[in-house]
Design a protein around this ligand. Structure first.
Ligand SMILES: NC(=O)c1ccc[n+]([C@@H]2O[C@H](COP(=O)([O-])OP(=O)(O)OC[C@H]3O[C@@H](n4cnc5c(N)ncnc54)[C@H](O)[C@@H]3O)[C@@H](O)[C@H]2O)c1
Length: 337
């Protein structure tokens, strides 16, 4: 008897191409359906990945009983509608980040997960970046002692990344949520839930965009750790997500664009503090690892760690930064959930 395989459908075929590659590489999944309103792209991806069904309407994929997993990789505005419909049709879902751009839709996805009992993974892919994974392992095993301060910067020039049809250039798509969710989710993964945020923002670089292009937020975490996040989408520099984690016994510097992480640990020191470099692979869009994890959870009946609640808490923390910068007051993400 052959191994059980799970049929797959992918909605949105640009970022979704990374999903298709991941499913193609996983021996337990079979690509069945693809969906995108761009007919030329749809035909191209159908051929490239040997899909049997290609449609411009995602609902056509939901009617196929052989499809067990649906990837939602469409622009953010469609995540809630498509993910909820997929779960209601009995499919497990891998949804691209950010979960949603507002709390109403995040709550609607949570309700659908709870009502349908389907598995749901939010694609916070930085949790699968090798450098960040190594940093987390080192912190969890105490190499830098007790954390007291964490910081991450999401600096990514969007000048030429407006999205097909300029979908990213929209007042609903705050950069702190759309892209900054990577840095905020990383800090939450390392230091836990944020208790309170205070933030400032300005708009000096992308003058034709309807949103602030720079934000800085400071956090108190429930754990007592303090934190800082910076989000810039108008910066003139290559993409970085440089992150620094400070503990009582050491410090780690890492970036998903670097082939090494740096650690300075009291344990290894004989003289003045010095960094040791540890090599890592660069894989800042490691969707394949995400997919392998989801498939393992489905086949072996394990809970998904990057679940809908993690996605929603990250959106709430992003919202708290946006709200604080707008109102000048501190905001507690827990009040938004
Ligand atoms: N994990 C990451 O690091 C990462 C990186 C890039 C994008 N993303 C996310 O992936 C999603 C897609 O972003 P992208 O970079 O591919 O954008 P894109 O603009 O490059 O492509 C969007 C694609 O979606 C299609 N599309 C538009 N409306 C659709 C609909 N209603 N249903 C299905 N498809 C539709 C478009 O035709 C296009 O092919 C977004 O949610 C984005 O935030 C995540």
């Amino acid at each position: 008897m052959g191994m059980e395989t799970i049929g797959v459908g992918v909605i949105g075929l640009r970022m979704g191409r990374g999903h298709l590659v991941g499913y193609q590489q996983n021996p337990r999944t079979q690509i069945i359906g693809v969906c995108d309103p761009d007919e030329a792209l749809l035909a191209q991806r159908k051929d490239e990945f040997g899909a049997t069904v290609a449609s411009t309407d995602y609902r056509d994929l939901l009617e196929i009983p052989e499809i067990g997993i649906v990837s939602v990789a469409s622009p953010d505005y469609y995540h809630a509608e498509q993910a909820i419909a997929a779960m209601e049709a009995g499919k497990d879902v891998l949804c691209e980040k950010p979960l949603t751009l507002n709390m109403e839709e995040a709550k609607a996805i949570i309700a659908a997960v709870e009502a349908t009992g389907r598995r749901f993974m939010i694609g916070q892919v930085c949790r699968f970046a090798p450098g960040f994974m190594l940093a987390k392992r080192l912190i969890d095993r105490g190499e830098i002692g007790k954390l007291y301060f964490v910081e991450s910067e999401y600096a990514h020039s969007y000048k030429h990344a407006r999205g097909i049809g300029d979908w990213r250039v929209d007042p609903r798509r705050e950069p702190v949520i759309g892209g900054g969710c990577h840095a905020i989710d990383l800090l939450r993964w390392i230091a836990g839930d944020v208790a309170e945020a205070h933030a400032y923002a300005n708009h000096e670089c992308l003058k034709d965009w309807p949103v602030n292009d720079f934000s800085i937020g400071i956090f108190t975490f429930e754990s007592g750790v303090l934190g800082k996040v910076m989000v810039s989408i108008g910066c003139i520099r290559p993409y970085t997500m440089r992150s620094v984690f400070y503990g009582t016994e050491g410090t780690i510097i890492c970036d998903n664009t670097s082939s090494e992480i740096q650690m300075c640990s009291q344990k290894n020191l004989t003289g003045a503090p010095a960094f040791t470099t540890l090599p890592v692979n660069i894989a800042n869009h490691n969707v394949s690892a995400e997919i392998n994890e989801l498939v393992d959870c489905i086949l072996n009946d394990k809970p998904v760690a990057t679940n809908v609640y993690e996605g929603a808490k990250t959106v709430a923390t992003c919202m708290a930064v946006v709200e604080s910068a707008r109102t000048g007051k501190s905001v507690r993400p827990g009040d938004l959930l």
